[in-house]
Design a protein around this ligand. Structure first.
Ligand SMILES: [Zn+2]
Length: 363
């Protein structure tokens, strides 16, 4: 996601905050001022928001570090106004591992809530009568700060355990189901349950709170996407890159000009190209770079080609290629045979075509 500020690294995992996060701080300050707050109360609320998001980062780190334990890397954790996202390279397919990775996030909030429960202490706080509690909550005290934080962490646990994708509860449910049936079946059932919950949210949202409509949409799309992804991976299982790669491709030489590439693009259907020398890929020429430099027809392709790129082998597993982040971003990979000789290329369009053919074979 573009426009993120780096906050640092924890155990090699980048922590980023998206610029739209600023809105939530401005919004909180605006609401507080609107309700007759002063500088102190505004700062109190902003501090609360920042600490809440610190809890969200710790939640995501719970997922990421547990995944790391099972050998799955996390590229980054991004903070958005709606919450955090840990970009895991893949979801562990072993149900027990998936279960632990999914539970680790909410577990962090349980621990935080427990600690705060004793610091506040919550039991004493709630022992008072309701009128007093509500009046007490208006004061800008450290006890209130911790009490609010306690409530938020409890809510984070409850919200995340709703058994619907993309919430952690959806993964927990799928992992439990997958222990007794195949992963594809388990995902299908979990997706149906998730989408049913989304419909309930939608109805409740229309009656009571528009915010629930937003969550319903989020859950509905999440369940659909997860189900589709798992089915696609299933269709790719047991197949290798050599079965889906492009072999009918135009190879460029380092001193070909952009004018000749433009002719190639217009006269055919190829968009990205490989620059080859003696059977080896020297670089890749991405469509965006060709377009951006199209006002320089005499430029050599060697001047704008990417020289750092990933190559794949003909025997690499297609299902692993699908989960490559670079593929999802529209990258194009040269494919080499066992002797490191260039034999083809592969991209997302290719793999999608292959999935389409496979799905017609199976159903
Ligand atoms: Zn989570």
């Amino acid at each position: 996601m573009k426009g993120s500020l780096n906050l640092g690294r924890v155990s090699g995992i980048k922590i980023k905050v998206h610029w739209t996060f600023l809105f939530i701080i401005i919004w909180v300050a605006f609401i507080e001022i609107n309700q007759g707050g002063n500088l102190q109360s505004v700062l109190f609320n902003i501090a609360l928001i920042l600490v809440v998001f610190l809890c969200v980062v710790l939640h995501e780190l719970g997922h990421a570090l547990t995944a790391q334990h099972f050998g799955v890397k996390t590229k980054k954790i991004t903070l958005l106004p709606i919450g955090g996202i840990a970009s895991l390279e893949k979801i562990p397919e072993e149900p027990k591992q998936e279960l632990l990775v999914a539970v680790a996030g909410p577990f962090v909030n349980v621990v935080i809530a427990l600690i705060l429960y004793f610091i506040v202490p919550v039991q004493q706080f709630l022992a008072d009568n309701l009128t007093n509690i509500i009046e007490n909550l208006n004061a800008l005290t450290l006890t209130n700060f911790f009490f609010y934080l306690f409530v938020v962490n409890v809510m984070l646990v409850l919200f995340n355990l709703i058994p619907a994708f993309p919430m952690d509860g959806g993964r927990v449910l799928r992992a439990f189901l997958a222990m007794n049936m195949g992963r594809v079946k388990a995902t299908q059932i979990a997706a149906v349950i998730g989408q049913s919950i989304a419909i309930v949210f939608l109805l409740l949202g229309m009656l009571y709170n528009p915010f629930l409509i937003l969550i319903a949409l989020f859950v509905f799309v999440g369940a659909y996407g997860e189900n589709k992804m798992v089915q696609q991976i299933e269709l790719l299982k047991g197949h290798t890159v050599s079965e889906a790669m492009l072999t009918n491709i135009t190879l460029l030489k380092i001193d070909d000009t952009l004018a000749s590439v433009k002719d190639l693009i217009l006269s055919g259907t190829e968009k990205d190209f490989i620059i080859e020398q003696e059977g080896k890929p020297l670089g890749i020429l991405m469509n965006a770079d060709i377009i951006n430099n199209s006002n320089k027809p005499n430029m050599f392709v060697g001047d704008i080609m990417k020289t750092s790129f990933k190559v794949l082998g003909i025997n690499d597993k297609l299902k692993n290629v699908l989960s490559l982040g670079e593929l999802q971003k529209g990258y194009f990979f040269p494919v080499l045979d066992a002797n490191k000789k260039l034999v083809g290329a592969i991209d997302l369009t290719n793999i999608n075509e292959f999935i389409l053919f496979q799905s017609k074979l199976e159903y």
